[in-house]
Design a protein around this ligand. Structure first.
Ligand SMILES: [Zn+2]
Length: 459
C-alpha cells in the first residue's frame, strides 16, 4: 500500500468518496482526452482493413519503432550490432526473426538500457505489471501508448455493444473499501468513470444481499472484472437463490484467464456468457472476440508471432513487438502466455486478421508430470463440477499434485468421485490428492493463480 492509499484507507467515508472521485477525474483527463478520441476515431474500423493493407501498416510501424530503438536504446543498439540487424533495411515482417526472443527477466535486468534515453522529456507515466508469478516489471509508458491501448480495448467494447455512456459494475482486485469496514457500502461510486467499484474482499454469504440490492437499485447492465471474483458472486447467488431483477446485457472480463468453471457459473447466474479479450499491460499483443465468437488478433496494434511449442500439438507461445510505446521498447517479447491454434479459417464477421482458437493462459498454468508431459487447460477438470465453489492446483517440489477445493454446501460423496474421475481422465498419474479448504489465497494484487507449481520437471 502506498502513501496515498494509506491516507485513503484511514479517512472517513465522505473523504474517501471525494478522494476516489478526484482520482477518477484525473484518470479521465489523462486517458480519455481529445487526443484519445482522435486515436479511437482513426482506429475504429481499422480491424476491418484487408489483410494486405494491415500487413503494410505493420511493416511501417514496426520499422519506425525499430529505428527509434536503434537510435535511443543502448540495449537494442548493441543487440542489433551483435546479430547484424539493420532496421532501416526491414522489408518484410519475417526480417525481425533475426533478433532473439526477449524475456521479461532480461528486460527487467537491463531496464536502464532498454528504455528510450530521452523518455523523460516526453509525457509518460510509470506502469507496473504485476504478473501472476510475482515477478513484475516497472517501465515508462508514453501517454500516447496508454491512449492507443485503451482505444483498442474500447473498440472491442464498442464492437460488442458497450459504449461510453454505459455504467459498469466493476469487480477488480483493488482494496477500495477498508478491510475492517463491517457494514455497507461495500462499494464506491466514481461518477467521472461511470463505475460502481465493488470490493472483492468483503463479499460473503452474509454481505451478499447488500451487493445484490445495490446492483438492482442501480439496474447495472454491464459487469466487468476478474472472472474469479465475478464467478464467486455468481456461485453465491446460485447457492442462495438470489437473482438480479433486471436483465444483465454484458459481462466482460480482464486480468485473469477465464476458466471454464467461471464461464459456466457466470452464464448461469447472470444469464449471459462473458465476452473475452486477451491483452496485457505491455503493448505487444491484443486479441479480441468478435460478434461470431472468434478470437481475432488486433493486427494494427502490434506485431504478434506465434512460436510453436515443441512436443505440444497446436500450442504456441505468444511473442509480440510493440509499435506504440516510444518511451520503452518491447521487441520479440515473450508474454509467457500460450495460445491454441488449429486451422486458420475465415470468419463470418469479415475481418481478415488471424484467428486463435483460444488463449490457454500463462505457461505457468501447466502441470508437469514426472515423466515430463506438460498438461494445460486443467480448469476443464472443474468444468462441470457445479458444487465446487473454487479450486486451485498446487504441485510440490517432488511433483506431487494437490487439488485444493472449496466445496459448496451441496457437495457430496459422488461429487468427489466424479472429480477423481475427471482428474484420472487427464492425468496418467497416481501422485495426487484432493484437499478441502475454506478459501483460496490470492496474489498480492488480488488475482487468483490457478496453478501453483514448484516442480521443475524430471531431472
Ligand atoms: Zn470474426
Amino acid at each position: 500500500m502506498n502513501m496515498t492509499e494509506r491516507i485513503y484507507h484511514q479517512s472517513p467515508l465522505f473523504i474517501q468518496k471525494i478522494l476516489i472521485e478526484l482520482y477518477g477525474k484525473r484518470m479521465v483527463k489523462r486517458r480519455y482526452n481529445k487526443e484519445f478520441f482522435r486515436i479511437l476515431d482513426s482506429i475504429r474500423y481499422r480491424d476491418r482493413w484487408p489483410i494486405d493493407k494491415l500487413k503494410q501498416l505493420q511493416i511501417e510501424r514496426l520499422k519506425d519503432n525499430l529505428i527509434r530503438a536503434q537510435q535511443h536504446s543502448i540495449y537494442y543498439r548493441r543487440l542489433f550490432k551483435e546479430v547484424g540487424f539493420e532496421p532501416s533495411e526491414l522489408s518484410d515482417l519475417k526480417g525481425i526473426e533475426k533478433l532473439p526472443i526477449t524475456t521479461k527477466t532480461s528486460i527487467r535486468e537491463n531496464i536502464d538500457q532498454v528504455v528510450n534515453d530521452n523518455y523523460k522529456s516526453h509525457p509518460h507515466l510509470i506502469t507496473h505489471t504485476s504478473g501472476t508469478t510475482g515477478a513484475g516489471l516497472i517501465y515508462p509508458e508514453s501517454v500516447s501508448c496508454e491512449q492507443e491501448k485503451w482505444a483498442v480495448w474500447w473498440r472491442f467494447r464498442m464492437n460488442r455493444g458497450i459504449g461510453f455512456a454505459t455504467w459498469v459494475a466493476f469487480f477488480g482486485g483493488r482494496t477500495i473499501v477498508p478491510i475492517n469496514q463491517s457494514k455497507p457500502p461495500y462499494w464506491r461510486t466514481v461518477k467521472a468513470t461511470k463505475r460502481h467499484m465493488f470490493s472483492m474482499y468483503h463479499l460473503n454469504k452474509k454481505t451478499l444481499p447488500a451487493y445484490i440490492d445495490k446492483i438492482n437499485h442501480e439496474k447495472i447492465s454491464w459487469f466487468h472484472g476478474y472472472p474469479s471474483f465475478l464467478s464467486n458472486l455468481a456461485s453465491l447467488m446460485l447457492e442462495n437463490g438470489l437473482r438480479f431483477e433486471h436483465k444483465v446485457k454484458k459481462v466482460s472480463i480482464g486480468a485473469e484467464n477465464l476458466l471454464e468453471s467461471h464461464k459456466r457459473l457466470i452464464k448461469e447466474a447472470f444469464g449471459v456468457s462473458p465476452i473475452q479479450h486477451y491483452g496485457l499491460s505491455e503493448p505487444v499483443a491484443n486479441i479480441s472476440e468478435c460478434e461470431y465468437g472468434n478470437m481475432h488478433v488486433d493486427e494494427d496494434y502490434s506485431f504478434v508471432e506465434f512460436i510453436p511449442i515443441q512436443g505440444q500439438k497446436d500450442q504456441y507461445r505468444i511473442v509480440g513487438s510493440s509499435f506504440s510505446n516510444p518511451a520503452m521498447f518491447f521487441l520479440r517479447y515473450d508474454t509467457n502466455d500460450v495460445a491454441t491454434i488449429t486451422a486458420n479459417h475465415k470468419c463470418q464477421c469479415g475481418r481478415e486478421s488471424r484467428i486463435v482458437d483460444r488463449v490457454d493462459g500463462r505457461s505457468e498454468d501447466f502441470v508437469t508430470l514426472r515423466n515430463g508431459t506438460k498438461i494445460g487447460r486443467m480448469d476443464h477438470i472443474f468444468k462441470d463440477m457445479i458444487n465446487v465453489v473454487e479450486a486451485r492446483i498446487v504441485q510440490e517440489k517432488d511433483g506431487f499434485i494437490h487439488f485444493d477445493v472449496v466445496k459448496s454446501s451441496s457437495y457430496q460423496q459422488n461429487d468427489e468421485e466424479s472429480l477423481i474421475q475427471e482428474i484420472r481422465s487427464r492425468l496418467d498419474a497416481d501422485y495426487f490428492d484432493i484437499r478441502y479448504v475454506d478459501k483460496i489465497e490470492r496474489t498480492s494484487s488480488g488475482k487468483l493463480r490457478f496453478v501453483v507449481s514448484e516442480y521443475e520437471g524430471p531431472a
